[in-house]
Write a protein that binds this ligand. Structure first.
Ligand code: NDP
Length: 338
């Protein structure tokens, strides 16, 4: 497993990072979740990403249990804050990036993860209701209190990243990463987020590099959704993946199969290698519902794709590739969740 620097910092993360959205505390049993984390460790993954909102705190708890007793200095643990988390009824301040929510939220995450500090604390979305100065001051305070080492953001726009980065610099803390969706099918960060990040010395930790499993090629057009897959998961997985399960996308994805075969790769490995060939990507953030998937996927580390292969991938996928940043902008929350 190769490690890459996160942004313009001295901090390195495994280029394949394990994340537990929709799996831990939800789609898969606790025992399988722990086996997946151990498979990740056995295969050289040292970096783990979660969020307080995943399975309403259970994902952080299970990850904490799976990592318990390991040498903390050899791990990189990331979580995120934005959405409400915890038992109902939730309070008016259980959401967003206010000082109150950040300073209280990090304590809950540390407790559930069973650690004294996070390596990276990320704003899960941008909060249009809280002054950015307040948010960045609160992040600076968690860094100064030793509760987080670095700060990151997720799905912020270019101007939001630029402003956050400036405030962080003025406050003497490091805003080093952006966590956006990126895959062969979803390329919207190429136009704005990557150029802005490069200019500011930030890099990407990209989510759903396999388009939630679609790029593994297992969803066949006109066939039933495979049992046990995310597409068949009634607890949120099926909804989350549904946008990719169209006839056109699934048909074009099948055109990648001969390319992967020619390279001696599985389609899942090809998809991960594709995001890792971008020099502003520090890690492909992968999920897994079974330990065997991790053992397969880590083999994408170190794979080099030529310009000719990249061209053939573009031709195979054709017009199902999404490139317009408006598609991400549509998802930016602009309502109070309370
Ligand atoms: P992926 O694109 O890696 O999809 C992972 C899923 O694909 C697995 O759970 C599994 O689902 C399937 N899969 C994995 N490997 C294989 C394989 N070799 N063959 C066939 N199927 C396979 O990423 P995710 O969508 O899971 O996201 C990864 C992480 O990114 C999350 O855990 C989270 O940390 C982060 N994330 C961040 C977001 C943000 O807003 N910041 C949003 C979403 C995710 P199954 O077996 O059930 O079909």
């Amino acid at each position: 497993m190769q490690h890459r620097y996160l942004g313009n910092s001295g901090f390195k993360i495994s280029e394949i990072t394990y994340g537990n959205w929709l799996t831990h505390g939800s789609q898969i049993e606790r025992e399988t979740a722990i086996e997946c984390v151990h498979a990740a460790l056995d295969n050289g993954i040292t970096t783990f990403d979660t969020a307080d909102v995943y399975a309403n705190g259970k994902a952080e708890e299970i990850l904490g249990q799976a990592l318990k007793g390991l040498r903390r200095e050899s791990l990189e643990i990331f979580t995120k804050i934005y959405w409400p988390q915890g038992p109902d009824p939730k309070g008016a301040n259980d959401t967003g990036l206010s000082r109150k929510h950040i300073l209280e939220g990090i304590n809950g995450s540390l407790r559930r993860l069973g650690t004294d500090y996070l390596d990276l604390y990320q704003a899960h979305r941008y909060d249009v209701f809280t002054p950015l100065e307040e948010t960045m001051q609160a992040f600076a305070d968690v860094v100064r209190a030793g509760k987080a080492l670095y700060i990151g953001v997720s799905e912020w726009t270019g101007p939001q990243i630029r402003e956050g980065h400036k405030l962080a610099k003025d406050l003497g803390i490091q805003l080093i990463s952006s966590q956006p969706e990126y895959s062969m099918l979803w390329r919207v960060i190429e136009e704005e987020i990557i150029p802005v990040s490069k200019e500011l010395g930030m890099s990407q930790i990209v989510w759903s590099p396999m388009a939630q499993g679609v790029l593994s090629g297992k969803y066949l057009p006109g066939h039933e959704i495979p049992k046990g897959s995310r597409g068949a998961d009634p607890n949120g997985g099926a909804d989350a993946i549904s946008g990719f399960l169209t006839h056109d996308i699934l048909s074009n994805v099948q055109q990648l199969s001969p390319i992967a075969e020619e390279l001696g790769l599985s389609m899942a490995q090809l998809a991960i290698a594709w995001v890792l060939r971008n020099d502003n990507v520090s890690a492909a953030l992968v999920g897994a519902s079974r330990p065997e998937q991790i053992a397969e996927n880590v083999k994408a580390s170190g794979v080099v794709l030529t310009a000719e292969i990249m061209q053939r991938i573009d031709e195979a996928l054709g017009d199902v590739i999404v490139r317009d940043p408006i598609e991400t902008a549509k998802r930016i929350p602009n309502e109070r969740y309370s």
